[in-house]
Ligand binder design. Structure first.
Ligand code: FAD
Ligand code: NAD
Length: 405
């Protein structure tokens, strides 16, 4: 306990890392132990892992977002809707758009931003799947471009380019492949006129993933009309489309919709606040604190954790963010109760499942490969399990993916 005053715990961001830290803290601390405050830009938490469905228009965003008041108890956690601008660690202050908050302990869970690697024109002309508002804009844009086609006959209106065939790119083209036939029906368009082009710079889609499962994914998506451009790098984005390069050969692809899904970085607020980062992510200590700070914890995509077995960072995932939140809450509760011996964090990777649309997926769970309906059901089980952790059975019933078969 710091002095006689109840310590102030301030959590920034209500993504997987932030909201689960709050949910876990509610269980570990009583109202007399600490003042807990959660700050988030919006009054809702959203499931980032479903945003590609909202962007494609296969799932409404109201299913993806959950009011924060329906998750946390106002008696235990005070919620402040505001935008974080800067963290001033010297005097334990956080500057918000509409005010300021101080802390004794800080948890940073401000999530990811799209990484454009300085590629010309991407920031100006490409969309990215990073929030409810960004996903909603992509969905509306697609509708609008399809609606324009019959009045103009411009083929680029029906060309959708997705940059990157990592997990986000593949999951998004999987949804698009299901959505496009619906759009065609709605706007009187022949399906054969629509192109979904997935451009990947590496020599394979889903680099590093099981090759047999990658082959399954590509085959199934190609059958639904997705064109892959593998070993092809996006070099520039213009108002007319993209410029790509493969083996020294440069080509322009005209497209009215370009969605950049080729990389993420941590929130730039960390750089702006003077933390040492690698692409916006802080390489945290074992106990999840920022190096040199005994009062600042980092969770989720802002934290960089090294996989000692291969000496490379773990890919940032919701799975890891949720696990970090448990350890972070445990460590905060220890500090508040005067115990300075903190727990170390090691990710426990249960597996990876990549969806290929509503009823198809691929995955590795333990050492087992799964695909098709089995993998798709597994993905829904994982999603529902998270909702259960967040708000018990009623949350699963309200927001869960209950149509399994
Ligand atoms: P986020 O989920 O990014 O949440 C950050 C929160 O902070 C948001 O609520 C945001 O509004 C808020 N915020 C941001 N800036 C500010 C500010 N300045 N002020 C106030 N509030 C702010 N991972 C998996 O494990 N499995 C999957 O199947 C999977 N699928 C994915 C699908 C897609 C389409 C994408 C894009 C990612 C997917 N991931 C998946 C990765 C996963 O979503 C991220 O690792 C995870 O969202 C990180 O959680 P987080 O809590 O760090 O941040
Ligand atoms: P990523 O970094 O995993 O993949 C980006 C892809 O874009 C890579 O394959 C890369 O080679 C390619 N790329 C980079 N520059 C390019 C260029 N100029 N032109 C063409 N291709 C280029 O990013 P992501 O897919 O957005 O995933 C972000 C994080 O979220 C990862 O950690 C991922 O594991 C996680 N995620 C997980 C799931 C899941 O578990 N189902 C789904 C989505 C995202």
């Amino acid at each position: 306990m710091i002095g006689l005053k109840k310590p102030d715990i301030l959590i920034l961001g209500a993504g997987y890392g932030g909201i689960m830290t709050a949910v876990n803290l509610e269980k570990k601390l009583g109202v007399d132990d600490a003042n807990i405050t959660l700050v988030n830009k919006h009054d809702y938490h959203y499931q980032t892992t479903w945003l590609h469905e909202n962007a494609a228009g296969t799932l409404h965003h109201d299913k993806t977002r959950i009011q924060i008041k329906d998750i946390i108890s106002p008696n235990k956690v005070k919620f402040v809707q505001d935008t974080v601008k800067e963290i001033k660690t010297d005097d334990k202050r956080v500057v918000l758009e509409n005010g300021e908050l101080t802390y004794d302990y800080l948890v940073v869970g401000l999530g990811f931003e799209s990484e454009t690697f300085g590629i010309k024109g991407l920031k100006e002309h490409a969309f990215s799947i990073r929030s409810i508002n960004a996903a909603r804009e992509i969905r509306e844009h697609l509708d609008y471009k399809f609606s324009q086609y019959n009045n103009t006959q411009r083929e680029d209106l029906l060309t959708i380019v997705v940059g990157g065939a990592g997990f986000t790119g593949i999951e998004f083209v999987g949804e698009l492949a299901n959505r496009v036939p619906e759009l065609c029906k709605e706007f009187d368009i022949d399906r054969s006129k629509v192109r979904i082009v997935n451009v990947e710079a590496a020599p394979t889609a889903l680099p590093g993933f099981d090759p047999a499962l990658v082959e399954y994914a590509m085959e199934h998506l190609e059958r639904k009309g997705v064109e892959f451009r593998i070993g092809t790098a996006i070099k520039e984005c213009t108002p007319e489309g993209i410029v790509v390069e493969k083996d020294g050969h440069v080509e322009e692809i005209k497209a009215a919709t370009v969605v950049w899904a080729a990389g993420v970085r941590g929130n730039s607020i960390l750089d702006a606040s003077g933390f040492e980062t690698m692409r916006g992510r802080i390489k945290v200590e074992k106990d999840l604190r920022a190096p040199g700070f005994n009062d600042v914890f980092i969770v989720g995509d802002c934290a960089l954790i090294i996989n000692d077995e291969i000496n490379r960072p773990y890919p940032p995932t919701a799975q890891i963010a949720i696990q970090e939140a448990e350890v972070c809450a445990k460590n905060l509760a220890s500090l508040v109760k005067g115990n300075n011996e903190l727990e170390g964090f090691t990710p426990d990777i249960k597996g990876t499942v990549c969806s290929l649309g509503e009823d198809d997926a691929i995955g590795v769970v333990g050492d087992k490969k799964i695909f098709g309906k089995t993998a798709s059901v597994m993905k829904k089980v994982i999603d529902n399990r998270y909702l259960y952790k967040l708000g018990g059975p009623s949350m699963v019933l309200k927001k869960g993916k209950l149509k399994m078969f």
